[in-house]
Design a protein around this ligand. Structure first.
Ligand SMILES: [Cu+2]
Length: 465
């Protein structure tokens, strides 16, 4: 983390200097800018009511300054370069150097003042999703306030009235600005013991977001509504998403907000969790039951809690299998069972780079030394201790270790299964299974097999096809 002076930018300085008076400048908290996409350690509060801070996956918490009892934050809306995975950088819009913006953490009852400086090429605003606040602070441009013009700074101020997990994002040219990565998390911790909010040992937060970036390019396409090709957590894709590292026996909370345009069934291996709350606050105990997957709808936040009592490396991911893939072409027919070995040779004479997608399934894609453009994330990748993980997108790993130190979030490396506790190859005798004749099913045929299909035409005549 480094502190960049408000006016140290190059091209934007002139705009900013012309529009922010010296007096205003003197009272603004210096904006804190993050230059790394790694998970920053939880930010222990230096003043105000104490609380247990969260860890933002591949993100950070925005420091504040206390000004006569008011917590003052400074968000800077600006173009950023976000590393989505090692070797792949996207040109996005975000806050204070990254997309998503920093997490804002306060305590129930805190008076909060947020300065928002607009360094984007167009106007913006900030909506504080889920908060109780005066209508004029809700941030819908045109409805609650004029939009923040380019180069100007607006002030939002309200009391954090109820504890909970909230999100923030623009409510001005929302389609563009959210597609470009403008969003962030907000956690209001309870001021005292709350009957529905349990103390936990680890508290993780992240946002679900999605982008459409053509392989080889860097800027999201903002017109896309459904056909995204990068499904990300906090604007990171596997294998670029940090693992969630915990100590065996920890009580763990994970807060997940969905600011994409589709739902995401988030699935945890090896443990059952309870959904303990949503955007509206903590849920009554009677509304909590064991789950291993919870669907998070668009614009929702869900917090899950569990006891991490099973050691190991446990997959944690969106269960839509297309959301655990990175950029790929969608106009690809299923080639399973099609034997086109002869055809490939012929085609490669004319098109030396021609290759076949997925003749035996798509797993080959993970290994293929495929020519991909610069600045492109491989479609399915990531290597574990036993080979390719064949995942991308919304995938990470919960690492539970008995020797992880309390409060230590370091990645402990790969889990070593105790001897005799891992799936293994059977090398004994096998009974002869009943099989389909070759070519009748979906295995490659050694010789062409003609298939006859009966279809019934509308007129009622049976025909051959
Ligand atoms: Cu998903």
């Amino acid at each position: 983390m480094n502190r960049r002076h408000f006016f140290s930018g190059a091209a934007v300085s002139a705009v900013a200097a012309a529009s922010v008076s010296k007096v205003a400048m003197a009272v603004l908290p210096e904006p804190v800018i993050m230059t790394s996409a790694d998970s920053a350690p939880p930010l222990t509060p230096e003043n105000g009511r104490p609380y247990k801070p969260v860890l933002t996956l591949n993100g950070w918490t925005l420091p504040w300054r206390m000004n006569q009892g008011v917590k003052e934050f400074h968000l800077v809306a600006e173009p950023v370069v976000r590393e989505m995975a090692p070797g792949f950088k996207a040109h996005m819009w975000g806050y204070n150097g990254q997309s998503p913006g920093p997490t804002i953490e306060v305590v129930e009852g805190d008076r909060v003042r947020v300065f928002v400086t607009n360094r984007l090429p167009e106007h913006t605003s900030v909506h504080w999703h889920g908060q109780r606040l005066p209508n004029g602070m809700d941030g819908v441009a045109g409805l609650n306030q004029p939009a923040i013009p380019v180069g100007k700074t607006f002030v939002y101020e309200f009391e954090a009235r109820r504890p909970g997990t909230f999100m923030y994002h623009p409510h001005a040219d929302e389609m563009t600005q959210m597609a470009m990565g403008m969003m962030g998390f907000w956690v209001t911790h309870p001021k005292a013991k709350h009957p529905l909010i349990e103390d936990v040992d680890r508290d993780f937060v992240f946002l679900l977001n999605a982008y459409d970036i053509e392989p080889g390019s860097a800027t999201p396409k903002i017109m896309t509504m459904t056909d995204f090709n990068l499904w990300s957590w906090n604007s990171r894709i596997f294998p670029g998403i940090d693992t969630l590292n915990v100590r065996k026996g920890d009580k763990v909370r994970i807060r997940v907000g969905n600011l994409t345009m589709t739902n995401h069934p988030i699935h945890l291996h090896g443990h059952e969790f309870k959904v303990t709350g949503g955007d509206g606050g903590p849920w009554p105990m009677a509304a909590r039951w064991p789950e291993v997957t919870t669907d998070i709808a668009v614009g929702q936040m869900r917090q899950i809690e569990f006891l991490a009592d099973e050691e190991g490396d446990w997959a944690f991911h969106c269960h839509k299998s297309h959301h655990t893939m990175n950029a790929m072409g969608h106009a690809v027919p299923t080639m399973i069972g099609v034997d086109h070995r002869g055809l490939v040779k012929k085609l490669q004479k004319a098109l030396p780079d021609y290759m076949v997608m997925g003749e035996r399934g798509m797993a080959d894609m993970g290994q293929m030394e495929m020519q991909i453009p610069d600045n492109t994330a491989p479609m399915m990748t990531g290597t574990g201790p036993y080979g390719g993980v064949e995942m991308g997108g919304m995938f990470s790993v919960l690492k539970v270790r008995k020797d992880q130190k309390p409060g230590d979030y370091k990645n402990p490396g790969w889990y070593q299964q105790p001897p005799g506790s891992q799936a293994f190859e059977w090398t004994g005798a096998l009974p002869d299974p009943a099989r389909q004749p070759a070519g009748a099913g979906n295995t490659p045929a050694s010789a062409p097999v003609s298939t006859e299909v009966q279809i019934r035409k509308p007129a009622g005549h049976a025909g051959h096809h």
